[in-house]
Ligand binder design. Sequence first.
Ligand code: NAD
Length: 245
Amino acid sequence: TRVRPSSKRCAVIGGSGFLGRHLVEKLLERGYSVAVFDIRQSYELPGVTFYQGDLCDKEALRPALKDVPLVFHCASPAPASDDRALFQRVNVQGTRTVIQACTELGVQKLVLTSSASVVYEGADIKNGTEDIPYAAKPMDYYTETKIEQEKLVLQACDKEGGLLTVAIRPHGIFGPRDPQLVPILVDTARRGKMKFIIGDGTNLVDFTFVENVVHGHILAAEHLRPESPLCGKPYHITNDEPIRF
Ligand code: NAD
């Protein structure tokens, strides 16, 4: 007989990353035991079991997702990469593999970290709701694969006793240990390269504090049930007001 998985167990795919690690720390604080799956290990923490592997490899994923009712998928190649094949392989093909592994292992819930850029077409969006259609012309290849990835995960939602899914769409994330946003801004400024403004200086850009993004993920996970309106839906996540640059 199969051991009934404890409801306080979960797995974080991409748990070594910036967002992933903040999520893991908050989950531990809330009493979860956490399996981290990632191609690299960046820390050790009590309560975390680390599994190293590529999410495109189902056999490597299986031990990390076994007997786990809840999976967070927040792994992605760095958006700045220009390796199209890598985005396709990890974000699209790899996400198919993650969904298959979840389904085969009887995982109950899958929470995806998507991106607000999936609806961005170049014009400012203020108070945008989730009814906005996907961008017909995504701004880059990363975003194109984030759209495909989100569709795959949301379409996999099965309220009749199968896998339940939801997606969280942050835009820029900032906070402690942020490897990209603030360090790149500071570095660019130090090198005297802040002379250019993209747009006319009134563009809206949204940044969300990492702990708010984490909070959104955990709320979504804990409220995802077969009868809940969250099933198969994306949610924008933001601070109160966009920042005007
Ligand atoms: P990050 O690079 O810090 O973390 C991503 C993690 O995924 C890394 O630890 C990396 O090793 C892992 N990974 C990459 N390819 C993998 C593979 N094939 N198999 C297993 N693990 C793999 O990035 P982040 O900023 O923490 O982003 C997390 C998620 O949030 C991503 O899905 C990203 O698209 C999304 N997101 C981030 C931002 C942001 O501003 N940082 C904004 C919107 C959406």
